[in-house]
Write a protein that binds this ligand. Structure first.
Ligand SMILES: [Zn+2]
Ligand SMILES: [Zn+2]
Length: 88
């Protein structure tokens, strides 16, 4: 099931496997990816969002943390997509 964030109207998967950040309005897959993009101390002005190079976005614009998925892993996880120009 997809949820829509009223603030940005972006869709994101419901459930604990994904999180949409209310501050930067990016979607993260996995708690690790979500937690890791938040910098600084909780509840202080230095608390901010940061997307570093360890993070990468998949075809849907969702951020992951760690090694990129191979094309095969992506297919398994997301199904095949026909509109990817790199595989046409
Ligand atoms: Zn954020
Ligand atoms: Zn949002």
């Amino acid at each position: 099931m997809q949820l829509t964030h009223p603030k940005c109207h972006k869709e994101y998967p419901s459930g604990s496997t994904a999180g949409h950040c209310a501050a930067c309005c990016e979607t993260f897959i996995g708690l690790t990816a979500f937690e890791a993009h938040r910098r600084g101390e909780h509840g202080t002005p230095s608390r901010r969002c940061e997307i570093t190079s360890e993070r990468w976005a998949d075809d849907r614009g969702y951020f992951h943390y760690g090694p990129r998925l191979t094309e095969e892993q992506k297919k398994k996880r997301f199904g095949t997509k026909n509109d990817d120009p790199t595989t046409a």
